[in-house]
Design a protein around this ligand. Sequence first.
Ligand SMILES: Nc1ncnc2c1ncn2[C@@H]1O[C@H](COP(=O)(O)OP(=O)(O)OP(=O)(O)O)[C@@H](O)[C@H]1O
Ligand SMILES: C[C@@](O)(CCOP(=O)(O)OP(=O)(O)O)CC(=O)O
Length: 393
Amino acid sequence: MASDQRIYRASTTAPVNIAVIKYWGKRDPNLNLPTNDSLSITLSQSDLRTHTTASCSSTYRASTPSDSLLLNGKTEPLTTPRSIVCLRSLRALRSKLESENPELPKLSTYPLRIASSNNFPTAAGLASSAAGFAALIRAIADLYELPQDPRTLSVIARQGSGSACRSLFGGYVAWDAGVREDGLDSCARVVASRSPWPEMRALILVASAAQKDVSSTAGMQTTVKTSGLFRQRLEDVPRRMKEMERAILMRDFETFAEITRRESNSFHATCLDTDPPIFYLNETSKMAIRAVEAMNKEAGMAVATYTFDAGPNCVIYYLEMEWNFIAAKLHVALKGKEGWPKGSMSDLSGLRMGNERVEEGLNSGVSRVIMTSVGEGPISVQDHLIDEHGKPV
Ligand SMILES: Nc1ncnc2c1ncn2[C@@H]1O[C@H](COP(=O)(O)OP(=O)(O)OP(=O)(O)O)[C@@H](O)[C@H]1O
Ligand SMILES: C[C@@](O)(CCOP(=O)(O)OP(=O)(O)O)CC(=O)O
């Protein structure tokens, strides 16, 4: 029989997610199992997305016999223990299909060639690893025509980067820490799809697009080892998870807002309580917190809330109907920034925030804003980053 010379390809886009109950700490670093449950909102791929093409072919053996990844045009190793675990798991599932059906091409034996691009800064606290690993897993699962559901794939994605398991779904997504030693029950679950609460919006104030100096992976393990506050936090999270799930299902923004900001503050407090301390927030982040507080105080209710991942960028969650009020308050501070709506809002500038220090702090510290909303999970696309000859496009 002639050898199989075909180039097989599958492409997907995958979303970023920003947690409102944070994952911070591993109970098993090898299997990447978390110390606590977490919950996030999947953000729209119209604004932030990873686009990944997975391809494989027997013909790749001649030029690149090992698996390869081209990320934003640069070759990246696919030899990290995390990538190896993900690829091994996906190959094992494909190999099982091939042994059940000998007609199938032996894709599991071919080198993989992956090309991926993020349309936002990589490794800058904007959850690139979450979207990146979710896209990698989804694209290879599609290439291999695996029948496994996203929940099962989330167990694999979790081993690439914990937060990636949540990016396999759209809407409001929990990651159950699980109790099993093998981690098979540590996977993502949809709390609510996008549709019951589609008015949720996120305004991201990019305070730094630079790579952070303490990675999440390293930082969370130093916290586990050295922080006393962290143990207190672990006791609080289960109650917060329950209240948050209820708030989402009831569309109760007031409760959602309170838990989100307290949870972010509790996470950053444990970072400060880590020895040596980890500082992810900067002066601009603090000004963003003050701005949200000022808005809520003036409105006499929670119109917005904030959360920060392992970096200074502020994610403000709010409901669409509050946009005019929020825009009026932030307009003087943010007008002219990339991503901020142009024109037509000049009439709002009279409303101001009422705190020039905060306005100046945001104006000098925010480089760009991203306006986005709750979105869908990964989407299969026909737009490939590797051409029919196996070359990157
Ligand atoms: N599109 C992608 N495909 C595969 N891997 C990716 C992709 N994008 C990012 N990664 C991996 O994720 C790493 C960045 O992860 P890191 O946790 O440091 O930053 P982040 O995810 O942007 O920030 P955070 O998790 O704190 O929000 C990259 O160095 C790369 O290894
Ligand atoms: C602060 C966080 O964003 C931390 C994310 O950590 P990662 O998922 O990047 O960590 P690894 O599993 O080591 O890859 C909180 C969250 O997304 O829940």
